[in-house]
Unconditional design. Structure first.
Length: 311
């Protein structure tokens, strides 16, 4: 991807800003995980239906993100990122006002459409404007916001949901998203355009067996994890008797484990190679995840199990 502007490097603070936007995206995406029991109770639906708010988001993201990125390829990047964050904010607003679970699903799909534009386009901007020798570092810094959202944003959202009601958590996401739109429009340079990605490019990628095999593996691996993670709050509530503070602590430990896992991923790959590392991680999940079926356990053991599982 080559830049069509004369901007040779990211303006000061641009990567930090886009990383902060990624934090808001991550918090808004996964905040549901800390409030599933509250959604089920308030909207008078089953726990499974409440968790479906995550499914609606995931499916919409998977389908809409590549399409929207492709059809907006010729539009200036600042406009695309700002518009994507505005749509994300609209999804948060609709979720905060949702009178029933159907409207909540629609709100989550709308938020996913916005997020599905902001994150990949933001990553492309960071990669294109960074010096070739610093691209890896720049992209890592950009995605750090998403990782940090698991450490701070999701537990904080869950705590707010249990303390002030689940709608307040979405109001907070809305406020952060609106602030992000303003900062994007002020700080991201105007006129950023890159070699556009088209629907034909998307079609070629979908026909590439190696690429789609990697996508299938990633979807299967992460899908297995998020089946449990999505319903972690009601599971802990019912088996461990955890309330607001206990669930918040477990979500915080999960986020910390994710950070450690990101660091260990590079270490394992360098030492064992990518294939051996992935096999080892799959075997680790096969051993760890069934242990959650044995709850209740000693609280400290649940925290250790959560940390290692996340890592």
């Amino acid at each position: 991807m080559t830049s069509q502007t004369n901007i040779s490097r990211p303006p000061v603070g641009l990567i930090a800003l886009l990383s902060a936007c990624n934090f808001v995206i991550g918090m808004g995406a996964f905040v549901v995980i800390g409030m599933v029991p509250l959604l089920a109770s308030d909207l008078e639906v089953s726990t499974a239906a409440a968790g479906g708010a995550m499914t609606a988001y995931a499916l919409a993201y998977a389908v809409l993100s590549p399409i929207l990125v492709s059809v907006t390829g010729r539009i200036g990047r600042r406009r695309v990122i700002a518009a994507g964050m505005a749509v994300f904010a609209l999804g948060a607003l609709l979720a905060a006002l949702a009178p029933n679970v159907t409207v909540l699903y629609i709100a989550r799909a709308l938020a996913a459409a916005g997020a599905g534009v902001v994150t990949p386009v933001g990553a492309a901007v960071v990669a294109a404007l960074a010096a070739p020798a610093a691209q890896g570092k720049a992209i890592s810094a950009f995605y750090f916001g998403l990782t940090l959202s698991q450490v701070i944003g999701v537990p904080a959202g869950g705590w707010i949901a249990y303390t002030f009601g689940w709608r307040m958590a979405f109001w907070m996401v809305l406020a952060l998203a609106i602030l992000s739109v303003i900062l994007i429009w002020v700080r991201v340079p105007a006129g950023l355009r890159f070699t556009p990605v088209s629907l034909s490019d998307l079609g070629r990628a979908l026909k590439d067996g190696l690429i789609m095999g990697a996508v299938l593996f990633t979807a299967t691996f992460l899908g297995a994890i998020y089946i449990l993670f999505t319903y972690l709050a009601p599971l802990l509530e019912q088996t461990m008797g955890f309330g607001r503070d206990g669930i918040t602590l477990v979500l915080l430990v999960f986020g910390a484990g994710a950070v450690v896992g990101n660091l260990l991923g590079g270490f394992l790959t360098d030492r064992l190679g990518s294939v051996a590392s992935l096999v080892l991680l799959c075997l680790g999940q096969i051993v760890l995840m069934p242990v959650f079926s044995g709850l209740p356990l000693t609280p400290w053991l649940v925290l250790v199990l959560t940390f290692v599982w996340s890592a």
